[in-house]
Structure formats: C-alpha cells, structure tokens
Design a protein around this ligand. Sequence first.
Ligand SMILES: [Zn+2]
Ligand SMILES: [Zn+2]
Length: 345
Amino acid sequence: MKAAVLYGQSDIRYEEIEMPKINDDEILVNVKATGVCGSDIPRVLGDVAHYYPIVLGHEFSGEVVEVGKRVRGISMGDRVTGAPLIPCHRCVDCVQGNYAQCKNYTFIGSRVFGSWAEYVKLPGINGVKLPEGVSYEQGAFFEPATVAFHGLFCMDFRGGSDVAIIGMGTIGLLVLQCARILGAKRIFAFDIDNDKLEVAREYGADICLNTRDEGFQEIIRQETNGRGFELVVEAAGVESTEKLSLEIASNKGKIMFIGTPSRDVSLTRREFENINRKELTIRGSWMSYSAPFPGKEWELTSYYFQKGRLDCDRLVDRVIPLGQISKAFEDLMSGKVKGKILLKP
Ligand SMILES: [Zn+2]
Ligand SMILES: [Zn+2]
C-alpha cells in the first residue's frame, strides 16, 4: 500500500510499504480522509517523533475491509472513524475510566503506524461507526471535536454563562461549537487573525476580539461589567494567551487549558498572583475519553454531526491527495495554511 512515511526531521516520503496485518481483536480500515493535527507539525518539522521511520496520522475515517473474528459490533463495509488512543484497559486509571491517563497506552499515529496511508489497523473497540449522512471528511474531524467536548466536560460546563475561547484554530472553533451546543450564554472568541475571527463569527461567536487591537481589554470590561469571564478556554498553547487567560478570568473563575504548550512558560509574580487573588480554578484537559470507552465525547460528536450542529466545512484549508503531503508541510512552514489539511490516500 502507499503511505506517507516520516524518516526524520522534515523528511517525509510517499512510498510503498507493507499492508498492516490484523489480529483477532482488530479491524482494517481503508482510509478515505485523514487530517493533519497541530500536534503532527512538531513531529514532522521538529524532532519529537517517537521513532523513525513512522507513519503518522490519528484523525481519520474510512471503510472497514477486514474484521478480526473476536470483534463485535463492526462489520465489513461499515463506514467508521477511529479513536486513536489504545489504552491498556486494565490499570487503575483505565478501570476508573481515565483512559487518557493510562501509562501503558499506545497511540495510533504517534507510537504505532497511523492513518497517513491507504490502510490503518485498530482494535475493534476503537472503531466508531459514522451515522448516515455524515461524510468521511466529517469523520476525520471526530477526534478533534471530541477533544473540544472533553475540555468542556472536564469543567462540568452546563451552559448559562459566558465563555471566552482563546485561539481560533481547529480546536478553538470546535470548542466554540460545542459550547454553543451545551448552552453557552455568549461566546467571546479571541485570536490575532481577523480571518479566523470571521470564521468564529460564522460559527456563532457573539463577540470576536483581536488581541492585537488596542482596547480589546476595555471591551471585555464593558461587556462583563468589569468582572471578566467565569469560564475561559485556552486553545492556543502559547505563553501570551496562557497569561491572558489569567487576566480575563473573573473572581472565582475557571480556566481550561486545552492547548498544549509549544514552548516554556514563565509567569511574573503579579501574573501568578491572579490565581491567588481571584481564587481561580485551573484545570487541564488531555485527549477525549471517558467510560464506557471511548466515551460520551464520541457519541455526542457523532450525534451532533448528524444533526448538523457540528460543522467542519469552514475548518478545512484544503483537501489534497496524500502523495502531496510534503508540499503541504512546506506551505505550513511558510505560514500559508489557515486551517485543517485533509489528505485523501
Ligand atoms: Zn490531534
Ligand atoms: Zn491503562
């Protein structure tokens, strides 16, 4: 089969490799659409890949072409997406449903071969059927959408309050849609790119603020009567926005850090003291799983894509053949990409 194989830093080659062989608990999926995640960028352009050569890709959908004999609930020809985390299902964390905290896990597309290929194998239990009317392209967005739901569930978000979301990348724009679904009062979207803020507006953000514009803090003060936000979701993973989260949270406010930090973060004493003075609750979120595996994040993502209340049309920058992946990464490096790259093997 054809696959995009990473051999080293920025060395990705489209070539013929051996087909994956499944065991009795696994299924084989003919990949129809697969995304490039923000976390793949340092794996390809940097040096954080676990080993070489490796096939990356953990956001995908496709058609089931082989089913192990112990697999239940998935049949040949099913259209599926896959949960990329493969936890041990036996440790204390797994038994408690905290699969993302499993220490004996593996992960499709970072530790085992992923979906930037014609075929990918996965445990049958990781297969999630696509409902009728949900496209393969949408199927490739299930994983990031579940990450967005998970972040809000970690905060026990039940709607009724304003939500500030910082960073309008794929995850931020999906958090926006999930917060809307879960009943946010008003959504404030923050970014440094007006094009992304425009997409946020199209997805229903009530107030869009460019943090490079002078006076955006004043707008927050006016709109929140000087209180700030009860809930801030940080989805950019950079120091300036991590600090901004602490600034714009209200007294007793909650901050959800979904964005993975891209560099070291250091806070001044005054910045840190926000946590003390405002008695902030700070929480992180990692992946998108809960019991029963893979969790309600996946069930709801499936439901709301089918209902049309989750949408990914405006999240896609381009859909290209897998064979053109090197060019896509060149464009990523030169800042020409403004959304998700979807690959078609
Ligand atoms: Zn990802
Ligand atoms: Zn485990």
